[in-house]
Design a protein around this ligand. Structure first.
Ligand code: ADP
Length: 421
């Protein structure tokens, strides 16, 4: 085991694992800190926490527990993964978790680099851009939990860290790994322990990753990870793997569960309906009990399943969601829908479904929990950031867990077709 990663949310963990697999590392994603040691041969493990918006002290404690487990599993390098929009508050949790991990590892300097140019997240002179907009002018300005009102990451990270924060500016990054390393040394000599690193394209990310080959801890979005497998190959620790994304062949029925109400997911549901495929709508106003909603949906679906995949969707446009929320309450509506969709997932597995596409971050969390899944082997990519995955054990289930905004319009049908290709 080479690389041990700690991710501050579930879909972010998958995004990172997907990048590692694509660069040739066999990767397992665990849901929380595993209770037992690992089974199976992998090169990297990503422990998915839910620590982005909890109290900083809790995020630190959970991250240290994950680190402890990863160290015992034999990892040699560690990666703290956060969002490419650096989602955090003046209290944390990026700074406090990074510092705690550094202290536990005895790391002298760690980078902070959320850049992911493939998804239009770039950093120039310490300023994070989302597409053409500075972070503070992007939609992240109005995020309900972690509003980002300053695009300057040196300032943002300094506000939540005790350690001094420095900058490796783009001209240095563009000059390559040796120049970046020299800048690390200069920053460390000046007393900095965290270094925000610019990156505007994938070549920059590769140079940054090369320069971090001997860093015990890397803190970053999922972007820097594209360059890490090459470090291990260069050191003779990782063979060239053609089979990093291999998943077991799993016969069985297929279904789609959609609880995301994002624009992208609404379009994906519309595409499925327009193509005349079978679908069952879950209306949270039809019944106040999640189990009853699930029982009725499964009753309607059971005769359809044998002839092809069925979509179960609570997905709705903003006006409809608002009407439901004003009747039931925001949290209550969310919990009712998540409970119903999770119970539907259980019912589907009991009816022989082994291939399941799930749309929605919270929805995916509810489904994974209901199915009692502890770890997922990461397989081939469907769309950027979304791979197929397989549960461990004798009777694996194939799962594609999509966060709201991801995926092309034909994502549902395309992902299932990919399994038969
Ligand atoms: P995303 O990844 O798009 O944010 P999530 O699954 O994380 O999707 O969040 C969507 C939330 O909206 C979930 O809590 C889900 O239960 C809830 N929800 C889904 N459909 C409806 C609906 N028709 N009315 C109210 N809430 C809904």
């Amino acid at each position: 085991m080479l690389l041990g990663c700690i991710a501050d949310d579930f879909t972010g963990a998958t995004d990172l694992a997907n990048n590692l697999v694509r660069s040739g590392m066999r990767t397992l994603q665990t849901i929380g800190v595993p209770a037992a040691p690992l089974s199976g041969d992998v090169d990297a493990v990503v422990v998915a926490l839910k620590s982005r918006t909890i109290a900083a002290a809790d995020a630190v404690a959970q991250s240290l527990a994950a680190l402890d487990w990863l160290r015992r599993a034999g990892c040699r390098q560690f990666y703290f993964k956060y969002c490419s929009t650096f989602d955090s508050t003046p209290q944390g949790n990026i700074g406090p978790v990074a510092e705690a991990l550094m202290q536990a590892l005895g790391a002298k300097l760690a980078i902070a680099c959320p850049a992911f140019p493939t998804n239009a997240r770039t950093i120039y002179m310490g300023n994070l851009f989302v597409g053409e907009l500075p972070l503070s002018e992007s939609g992240m300005r109005d995020h309900p939990l972690t509003p980002m009102t300053d695009a300057n990451l040196v300032r943002v990270l300094q506000a939540q860290s005790r350690a001094k924060v420095g900058l490796v500016a783009w001209p240095v990054v563009a000059a390559g790994a040796a120049a970046i390393r020299a800048r690390f040394a200069a920053l460390a000599a000046a007393g900095a322990r965290l270094a925000v690193v610019d990156a505007i394209n994938d070549a920059d990310l590769h140079a940054v990753a090369t320069a971090c080959a001997d860093h015990l801890l890397i803190t970053a979005g999922s972007g820097v990870a594209i360059g890490l497998p090459e470090n291990f190959r260069r050191a003779g620790l990782l063979p060239l793997r053609a089979d990093a994304a291999e998943l077991p062949g799993v016969p069985g029925l297929a279904a789609v569960i959609s609880g995301s109400c994002s624009q992208a997911t609404n379009a994906q549901v519309a595409h499925w309906l327009e193509s005349g495929r079978p679908a069952i709508r879950i209306d949270p106003l039809a019944n106040a009990r999640a189990e009853d909603l699930a029982t009725e949906a499964l009753r309607q679906a059971t005769p359809l399943l044998a002839s092809g995949p069925v979509l179960f969707y609570a997905t709705a446009v903003p006006d409809v969601v608002k009407a439901v929320q004003s009747k039931l309450g925001v949290a209550e509506a969310g919990a009712l829908v998540e409970g119903a969709l999770a119970a539907i997932a259980q019912g589907l597995i009991a009816r022989g479904v082994t291939r399941l596409v799930v749309a929605g971050g919270e929805t995916s969390g509810a489904v994974v929990q209901a199915l009692g899944i502890a770890a997922l082997k990461i397989g081939p990519q469907i769309d950027p950031g979304v791979p197929w995955t397989a549960t461990q054990g004798e009777r694996p289930i194939l799962l594609a867990l999509k966060s709201g905004n991801f995926g092309s319009r034909d994502f549902f049908a395309k992902s299932l077709a990919q399994l038969d290709a």
